[in-house]
Design a protein around this ligand. Structure first.
Ligand code: FES
Length: 462
């Protein structure tokens, strides 16, 4: 069964997908609306025209790139719809479902290296190169030139820039404001909440008190929606300068960081201290067919459920993280048939243009097949370390990725071999980017200690 909408949009707007009208929610993403209308196959990959669908719902994969209002390569999971928006599939010849060039994947099943193909054969290599260039690419050029951006790059001056509006970033921004610092909080999505927004409504998340956190264990749980509502209220009451859809893309020089905003373009933030609370990337599932539409992270499936969209009727869940548990519970409550794999692992996923079945191996290596519409995977996230490294942070490779190294108060340890001539002088990290498990209560306790340390560096009177 295709995915379906289980709750009517709170703020309905009409959008158009290849001539068909779809009712979307103005407060949720375009990708959610499309999946809710049964569309999992949103595009084709740039080179082999393999089917693509949303896998992360947070701007971390290429599964939802589409042409929106004549603009190619829009991450439809990251933007909200306007009334009358025109959405088109890209990289397709005919349609995403019946793409003539999907034959490319079959012809070149071992990969297409057009630089070497027919090398040395006069004329043939030239033809091959022209063919490969013709069928590859990310969509077509925009219908119209971009509207002129404001002249120059505006600068915002503040005491502290916090990057990331999840549980760790929100707690940090509030704690800093409570100590009198001016705070700019940037988040690349259209709403604050980060990984909390990847829990279905009504879900609960582990919570450790300070002692529990010190023991490395959880001592209870809290309701995500109540926690989120309280955090947002605190952020507003504290007067944090919140910038949504603001993607921090780089460190210019130690104090100056840049973000890009869809309307304002580039904006420079000059801060005396920086806190990286960028969370983590979804784990990469390692099995054949991991790029088929219908294979998605538990956080993506949870985001869809929060938006009122169920990703399938028969769902296999692989992994035992908090998002997988919360998703399985909520999806069952909505009537889906959900199997959570225990003592078995996914070997491969099959289907032509979306998931149709999953082959799993049990502990003895015996293979069995499950027919299903979706495979939802979960596991430890890989820290989103890239920005911190640009700013001169030291990292250590652990099993699931590079962890940003910080002392017990959150101050980042400097890279012993920095590539940047002038690393950020006051750099801090908190949350999953620094290797902690998602635990909002523990993050709040840590944010308090971190904000005191930040204030010692920037010298604002508490
Ligand atoms: S980038 Fe949109 S679903 Fe991954």
């Amino acid at each position: 069964m295709p995915p379906r909408r289980i709750r009517a949009p709170a703020r309905p707007v009409n959008i158009e997908l290849d001539g068909r009208t779809i009712v979307a929610d103005a407060d949720a993403s375009i990708a959610s609306a499309l999946v809710g209308a049964g569309e999992l196959l949103l595009a084709r990959s740039p080179k082999f025209h393999r089917p693509r669908g949303p896998s992360c719902m947070r701007g971390g994969c290429d599964g939802c790139l589409m042409r929106v209002d004549g603009v190619p390569n829009v991450m439809t999971c990251q933007c909200t719809p306007r009334e009358g928006a025109v959405v088109e599939q890209q990289n397709v010849t005919l349609s995403a479902k019946v793409d003539l060039l999907r034959a490319t994947d079959w012809f070149f099943s071992k990969g297409m290296n057009h630089h070497e193909m027919f090398a040395g054969i006069p004329g043939a290599q030239h033809v091959m190169l022209a063919f490969a260039r013709r069928i590859s690419g990310l969509g077509e050029l925009p219908d119209a030139a971009s509207p002129p951006r404001p002249e120059g790059v505006p600068t915002i001056e503040t005491d502290v820039l916090v990057v990331g509006g999840g549980a760790a970033g929100l707690a940090t921004a509030v704690a800093l404001r409570g100590r009198g610092a001016r705070v700019v909080l940037c988040d690349d999505r259209h709403a604050l909440g980060g990984a909390l927004l990847a829990f279905p409504r009504g879900a609960r998340v582990a919570a450790a008190d300070a002692q529990g956190a010190a023991r490395g264990g959880s001592v209870g749980d809290v309701e995500v929606d109540a926690l989120l509502a309280r955090s947002l209220e605190e952020v507003e009451r504290a007067g944090v300068d919140v910038r949504l859809e603001a993607t921090v893309i780089g460190v210019l020089e130690g104090d100056d960081w840049l973000f890009v905003h869809p309307r304002d373009g580039l904006v420079r933030v000059r801060a005396r201290a920086h806190v990286v609370a960028t969370g983590g990337h979804d784990p990469t599932p390692l099995f054949e067919g991991n790029d088929l539409p219908g294979v998605m992270s538990a956080r993506a499936a949870g985001r869809l459920l929060r938006d009122g969209v169920l990703c399938g009727e028969r769902i296999v869940v692989d992994g035992d993280g908090p998002h997988a548990r919360a998703f399985a519970l909520a999806a069952r409550a909505e009537g889906a048939e959900v199997e959570v794999l225990e003592r078995a692992s996914v070997h491969s996923v099959s289907g032509l243009s979306r998931v149709r079945s999953v082959t799993v191996h049990d502990e003895s290596g015996r293979a069995t097949r499950r027919h299903c519409d979706a495979l939802v995977f979960d596991g430890p996230v890989a820290p989103t370390f890239e920005l911190a490294v640009q700013a001169g942070a030291a990292t250590r490779h652990e099993r699931f990725g590079y962890v940003v190294l910080a002392d017990e108060r959150g101050r980042v340890l400097p890279d012993p071999n920095p590539r940047d001539a002038r690393p950020s002088p006051a750099l801090f990290a908190i949350g999953e980017v620094a290797g902690a498990a998602l635990d909002p209560t523990a993050f709040a306790a840590r944010a308090d200690a971190l904000s005191a340390a930040v204030l010692e560096v920037v010298g604002v009177e508490s």
